[in-house]
Every structure is written in C-alpha cells, then in structure tokens.
Write a protein that binds this ligand. Structure first.
Ligand code: 5RP
Length: 227
C-alpha cells in the first residue's frame, strides 16, 4: 500500500517534549508547563549525560501517568543501561542504530521484564540501511526515531523528499516511526499522510517565550494534518 495515499484514518501522532536541559530542576520547570500539553515526556540525551538515571526517577515521580522516554542512545551494555532507566520508571529507552544487535536485544529483553508496554526505540543517525531495519524487526524492535541531528541542522540540513521517502519505507516495513530534529509547528505539514508515531520537539517547546502556546501550536498542526 502507498502509505501516503492509502491511510486516510491513521492514528493521530503523539506530541513529545525532549527535555534536553543540563539540570533536573530546569527540566522539571519545563515539564510543569508542558506536561499537561504533551503525550510523552523525554529525559533528553543531554539531561541523561548531566544527571543520569536519577533524572528519569525524578521526572517519573512528578509525572506518574505519562509515557516517559529515556533518550540514552545506548551503544553498548544494553541490558545494564536498560535496567538503570526502566527501574527508574522509563516507559521507553533509545539505542543508537549503530549499536550491535546483541546490545539492542539485551535492552529489549530487560524492557519487557518491566511490562509489555515497555519498549526500545532505535535512533537513526548517520549510516544505517533498510537491511539493518529488517534485522531490528527480526529482533522484535518495532520503533525507530527518524532524526535530523542538531549539528546536521546547524550545518544547513533541511527536511527533504528523501527524508519522507525513507520514513515512508520504514513505515511500510511495519516500523513505528517518530520524527525529530529542530521541528517547528510549521514543519509538520510536510509529513502529512504519514502515520508518524510521535513528533518530538525540544528547543522549540521548552525554549519558546511561551512554551504552553508553542505546545498548543504543535497540537493544532497535528490535528490539522491527522484527523
Ligand atoms: C538530540 C535529540 C533531541 O532531543 C531532539 O532532536 C529534539 O530536540 P530539538 O527539537 O531541540 O532538536 O535527541 O540528539
């Protein structure tokens, strides 16, 4: 099926805020404003670097009902990393696409010991292939994050047709794809027709003059594009 034309009643994408703060109090302040506006709270990679799994535990304690992602982008020791964040209350955790398969497998195995809804997402950065994506599916991994990296964006990388083609192809393979990387509410229209799992935004939400208004603008864009 051509996803773009065939899926008129697709599920509405979730809205996810990436808390890429360098300290937990700053992240909690943004979460206080944005928690009621979003479906998924993310303890961002930078916050994980700065504060570790304690940040996951603290955000979880304040927000018991949200989907909570720990964006570790783990490359090794998948089981140990997963134990750290799932025991702290994470719902999802990320591994980097270049991680060895046993790392991904070990992380997924630990995730599932905490509940069927716990899951691992593969972060797509740099070089990966659709053969890799097939192997991730064979391992039981069903989620990926299609990412325009912060540094790639700063170097001038925009969203283009090749991004949409790759996202569509992953979706057609059966992968639930979230999209992120310097997104603004106006960017979302170009993904219309694609059953995106979640749109993830960091700086344009927590860094906005009015984060609540920014989140509502994202929600309006999602509602406009996905009925
Ligand atoms: C960086 C990330 C970010 O959390 C994600 O890209 C969202 O941040 P922003 O909207 O500020 O680009 O994973 O590695």
């Amino acid at each position: 099926m051509n996803i773009k034309e065939g899926n008129t009643h697709m599920k509405r994408p979730l809205l996810q805020v990436a808390l890429d703060h360098l300290d937990t109090p700053g992240a909690l302040e943004s979460a206080r404003l944005l928690g009621p506006e979003v479906d998924v709270l993310e303890v961002g990679t930078l916050l994980c670097y700065a504060e570790g799994a304690r940040a996951v535990r603290t955000v979880r304690a304040c927000w018991p009902d949200h989907i909570l992602l720990a964006d570790l982008k783990a490359a090794d020791a998948g089981g140990v990393a997963a134990e750290l964040v799932f025991s702290a209350g994470a719902t999802w955790m990320t591994v980097i696409c270049s991680a060895p398969y046993p790392t991904m497998e070990a992380a997924l195995k630990v995730a599932k010991t905490y509940g069927e809804d716990r899951d691992i997402q593969v972060e797509l950065y740099g070089d990966w292939t659709f053969d890799h994506a097939r192997a991730w599916l064979d391992l039981g991994l069903q989620q990926a994050v299609y990412h325009r990296g912060r540094d790639a964006q700063a170097a001038g990388k925009g969203w283009d047709e090749s991004d949409l083609e790759k996202i569509n192809r992953l979706v057609e393979m059966g992968i639930h794809v979230s999209v992120t990387g310097g997104l603004t509410p106006d960017d979302l229209a170009q993904f219309r027709g694609i059953p995106v799992k979640a749109f993830i935004a960091g700086r344009s939400l927590y860094g906005a003059d009015d984060p609540v208004a920014a989140a509502r603008a994202f929600s309006r864009s999602i509602r406009a594009g996905w009925s």
